[in-house]
Design a protein. Sequence first.
Length: 253
Amino acid sequence: TGIEAAKRKAAIRAVEEHFSPDFSYVGIGSGTTIIYVVEAIKERSTNPNILFVPTGYQSRQVVTQAGLTPIAFDSLPEGKMLDVAFDGADEVDEDLNCIKGGGACLFQEKLVAERAKKFVCVADYRKDQPRLLSKWPTIPIEVAPISINTVLRSLRLLGSPNPHVRTGLLAKAGPLKTDQDFFIIDAPFPVLLTAKDTALGLGAGDGTDGKWEVERLSKEINQITGVLEVGLFCGLDGVQAEALRDQGLGKAS
Ligand code: DER
């Protein structure tokens, strides 16, 4: 289908631009697009010494089924940075801020992304939007189960109209549990402003007018007691963001 071809195209391009067989440590994210990234890496490298850092059970399975060597995040030598981390996203805005967590792996994904010299987001055209929450409706948030009710209330007070605990739907009766044995809350919010929007005075950015700037909302949610991590990845430095955008990594050509 067009979407699978777009995922594969973005994955091949990302690996061609940002992977080297001389690397020592490579982060591998979660989801379906990452499978194409691993396939492209397999085609470009037979170096058995590269260690791949997964971002959860599914990611580790993708690595091992491809015959690559995994290393657990907590086994990394102290202070060691990954050469690169590849991951998907649910939505990406023009500053390359990402919504992540559709696969409920956002905590380990953020750990790995922040431990890499370069974070490469591989996303097909559906994910490429001017602002976050344009198409993807909610912010995934990983929460300690005991704190669910107080976190839901805090999110409502921040302006989320209907935050709700993610259930297993057909896969499991009751709440879904993450690889950390936590719950996921999916919190809808009005479309998130970019730093450019607030600089242009399109909104206060602090929720007082009902609208939030991406990074500020991420920090606010992260401060709620009980929240382990928020599925907003912000703050790729401008240069890197520009570079990725220029190469059209977010678009399927
Ligand atoms: O959960 C995540 O953040 C994943 O990266 C994921 O949502 C992307 O999944 P996809 O590649 O299957 O669209």
